[in-house]
Design a protein around this ligand. Structure first.
Ligand SMILES: Cc1ncc(C[n+]2csc(CCOP(=O)(O)OP(=O)(O)O)c2C)c(N)n1
Ligand SMILES: [Mg+2]
Length: 335
């Protein structure tokens, strides 16, 4: 059954019509996330990084396309797979890398790690190790924005697995009743850790659930940054006009294990490789702009060189930073 206010959509604006700065933001942000995460993966496997990391590689177009519609005053709530959202929202790469390294110069003085990074100065309210823990925090932030009479909005990112939590339904209902300025962004990447999506989710398109809460929904190819950008744009216009929440479902794919070190026994290498070869969001962007002749190889090389230098310097900063002192173990902690 298809809900009438939920539509599938692809980018409608020809690539030639995009401003240069917009294309540069798309490429630089996606490349920054990819390079940052490749570095984290390599250093984690090399034993330099403690704790646990979940990678966003292959899903970069979602964070990038949504964030291109936001300002630093708009809020986001992220997930356990939060590096991409945090980078796209404009957080500091040095402090992020240092936090992942458990160093004193990190966002939580090295005591939070990958899943607790937040930067209120850019509207990034936090990653969240509790699956489905972000909805109500984002609804609260959106309520505050509404009560303060602001035009700013809140965005909550969540996975297909998280969409099955009761917290989604509670937040979606109240957000709709109170017409909160809240965008739900579902990252449908086919798996919730080891669970394939259709074995635990009743609907073919998660966006269908928006119908039950009287909000509009758009479904896009989450690996096409142009479609994500335009889908989010339409819904954000609706939200900023005071019409209440909306739902964006981005169909993507998690090409890396659930966490670094996951043996991935629940899927075949062929399936993963097919998605890497045929659906990579960065390769897709490069193909699209090259075809349209609007963003040249030289420009892409310059972005890559710039990003390489940024990541190298973030890595050096993290590696050379001190660890927090044992005497600070309980400072800033609620115990
Ligand atoms: C409340 C809660 N239940 C279970 C977990 C364990 N857990 C961590 S990630 C995850 C799967 C999440 O899947 P999805 O929402 O699809 O996000 P993805 O990992 O695919 O990005 C689970 C079950 C948790 N962190 N929190
Ligand atoms: Mg998932």
């Amino acid at each position: 059954m298809e809900a009438p206010n939920i539509v599938k959509m692809s980018a409608e604006v020809p690539v030639e019509k995009y401003e240069k700065e917009r294309l540069a933001f798309f490429y630089e942000t996606m490349f920054k996330i990819r390079k940052f995460e490749r570095t984290v993966e390599e250093k984690f496997l090399g034993g330099e990084i403690p704790g646990f990391v979940h990678l966003y590689i292959g899903e970069e177009a979602v964070a990038t396309g949504v964030m291109a519609n936001l300002t630093a005053k708009d809020y986001i709530e992220s997930t356990h797979r939060g590096h991409g959202h945090t980078i796209a929202k404009g957080a500091d790469l040095n402090r992020m890398m240092a936090e992942i390294y458990g160093k004193k110069t990190g966002y939580c003085q090295g005591k939070g790690g990958s899943m607790h990074i937040a930067d209120f100065s850019v509207g990034m309210l936090g990653a969240n190790g509790v699956v489905g823990g972000g909805y109500n925090l984002a609804a609260g932030a959106a309520l505050a924005q509404k009560l303060q009479g602001k035009k700013d909005i809140s965005v909550v990112f969540f996975g297909d697995g998280a969409s099955n939590r009761g917290t989604f339904h509670e937040a979606a209902n109240m957000a709709s009743v109170w017409k909160l300025p809240l965008l739900f962004v579902c990252e449908m990447n086919e798996y919730a850790s080891t669970t394939p999506y259709r074995t635990a989710t009743a609907v073919a398109d998660i966006a269908q659930r928006a119908y039950g809460y009287d909000m509009p929904g758009i479904i896009v190819d989450g690996n096409d940054v142009f479609s994500v950008y335009e889908g989010a744009k339409k819904l954000i216009e609706h939200i900023r006009a005071g019409n209440g929440p909306a739902f964006l479902e981005c169909k993507t794919y998690r090409v890396k294990g659930h966490f670094v070190g996951d043996p991935e026994k629940y899927r075949t290498r062929e399936e993963v490789q097919k998605n890497i070869d045929e659906r990579d969001p960065i390769m897709f962007f490069e193909w699209k702009v090259t075809q349209a002749g609007v963003y040249g190889q030289e420009e892409m090389n310059a972005v890559q060189a710039k990003v390489d230098a940024m990541i190298a310097s973030a890595l050096k900063f993290a590696q050379e930073s001190p660890e927090p002192a044992a005497s600070e173990l309980f400072t800033d902690l609620y115990v």
